[in-house]
Write a protein that binds this ligand. Structure first.
Ligand SMILES: NC(=O)c1ccc[n+]([C@@H]2O[C@H](COP(=O)([O-])OP(=O)(O)OC[C@H]3O[C@@H](n4cnc5c(N)ncnc54)[C@H](O)[C@@H]3O)[C@@H](O)[C@H]2O)c1
Length: 215
């Protein structure tokens, strides 16, 4: 992320990839402008929030015109460092790990998993979705080779903490944690937690308590 990013609130920054993905597909269809209402319907963020978010980027939509898609895309590319490919690694090549390796951000050319690690000797030496699987013993060496600072964690929850510590020791500064375990890491390391059960519960809660109008 570039330094301008620091002025953008975290909640806004979190929505950037969402906007980026939608605008990119819009651009691919040849659309040059988009209104906040259109965007709002597509990314499911209310249009007032979108307008406020975009004002941080210096993108002030014109009434009756909307936003210039190309301008927004080039802004997001720089802000999200989309012009610079981000290499990540994955630890734990089981059910979920394999699925992520096969997916490998196929719709996003700027993020890719370059190496995977497991302790299962049967997995080591395999290629899943073109990604080589190494033994975790080779973690530090391979991370240095690939110059990677972000890791995805898909090991069993019992192994999450020790694996997290190994990653920190090897110099990782960001962990996307898919395990239910809460990681205890130094404050200099950012951990984002993806908990599908919580996401699902939240959805059910919203459906119950904030039903959407059916027009
Ligand atoms: N499968 C899902 O749909 C799903 C969904 C959400 C979250 N999760 C979570 O993701 C994690 C993985 O789930 P899964 O279903 O893929 O499990 P899995 O048992 O299929 O795979 C775990 C893999 O991690 C490897 N492993 C074990 N200890 C390790 C270590 N110390 N270092 C490196 N690799 C190690 C195992 O050899 C195995 O290949 C779990 O914590 C689970 O709770 C799974």
């Amino acid at each position: 992320m570039n330094t301008d990013q620091q002025k953008i609130p975290q909640a806004t920054a979190k929505r950037l990839p969402l906007y980026y993905r939608f605008l990119e597909s819009l651009y691919a269809t040849g659309k040059t402008r988009v209104s906040s209402t259109e965007l709002s319907e597509a990314v499911k963020v209310d249009s007032a929030t979108i307008r406020r978010d975009f004002s941080y980027f210096g993108a002030l939509g014109k009434k009756g015109y909307g936003y210039n898609v190309q301008y927004l895309l080039s802004f997001f590319r720089t802000t999200l460092d989309q012009d610079e490919a981000t290499d990540v690694v994955l630890l734990g090549v089981g059910n979920l790990g394999k699925a992520l390796l096969r997916y490998n951000f196929s719709k996003n050319e700027n993020t890719r998993i370059v190496a995977a690690f497991d302790i299962n000797k049967d997995m080591v030496g395999e290629q899943i979705g073109n990604v080589p699987v190494y033994h975790t013993d080779d973690l530090a060496e391979k991370l240095e080779e690939h110059n990677v600072s972000v890791a995805m964690l898909t090991v069993p929850s019992a192994a999450a903490q020790t694996t997290g510590e190994k990653l920190v020791e090897a110099g990782i500064s960001g962990i996307l944690n898919f395990t239910p375990a809460r990681l205890s890491v130094p404050t200099s390391v950012r951990v984002h937690h993806i908990d599908l059960a919580i996401e699902l519960q939240t959805l059910v809660y919203f459906l119950k308590n904030y039903p959407l109008d059916s027009e």
